[in-house]
Design a protein around this ligand. Structure first.
Ligand code: HEC
Length: 119
């Protein structure tokens, strides 16, 4: 009986816990990241796009910012937002960026900003 419970428990936990991707998405929207990098992580004028980029690169970037290291003057803007991130949060956020697959309705705010008309 115990064996069966031990088998079922991890499966039911997996079914209810949000995926790493969804955790990253929630962090992205609640930690203020979208204010600069855009609601769809597609970047805005001075801020780099994050969606569809490679995970190892983005991870190393966030780890450097967290350690207060940046290569440009612009990095100073980014450092305060990376300082509070845990390893787990960096993992989730970069999973969200590298595996980005939001549906088109999420792109509307950025498309409007680019004058695309949302078509
Ligand atoms: C105040 C505006 C601002 C906010 C808010 C912000 N960033 Fe940034 N971010 C920047 C700027 C500016 C850069 C480019 C810095 C540089 O040149 O090193 C950057 C760079 C990055 C990079 C590296 C991209 C690259 O191409 O080098 C990552 C990854 C990143 N930000 C993730 C995040 C995450 C995750 C959050 C939320 C926790 C966040 N940012 C919030 C402004 C911001």
């Amino acid at each position: 009986m115990i064996k069966i419970i031990l088998l079922i428990l991890p499966i039911s936990l997996l079914a209810t816990a949000p995926s790493l991707y969804d955790q990253g998405k929630n962090l992205y929207l609640t930690k203020g990241c979208s204010g600069c990098h855009g609601i769809s992580a597609g970047g805005t004028n001075q801020y780099p796009a994050l969606a569809y980029r490679r995970k190892p690169f983005l991870m190393s970037k966030l780890q450097s910012y967290r350690a207060k290291q940046g290569s440009t003057q612009q990095s100073q803007l980014m450092i305060p937002f990376a300082m509070g991130l845990s390893d787990k949060e960096i993992d989730a956020l970069t999973t969200f960026f590298s595996e980005y697959h939001e549906n088109k309705s999420n792109y509307k705010p950025d498309l409007a900003a680019r004058g695309d008309g949302g078509s």
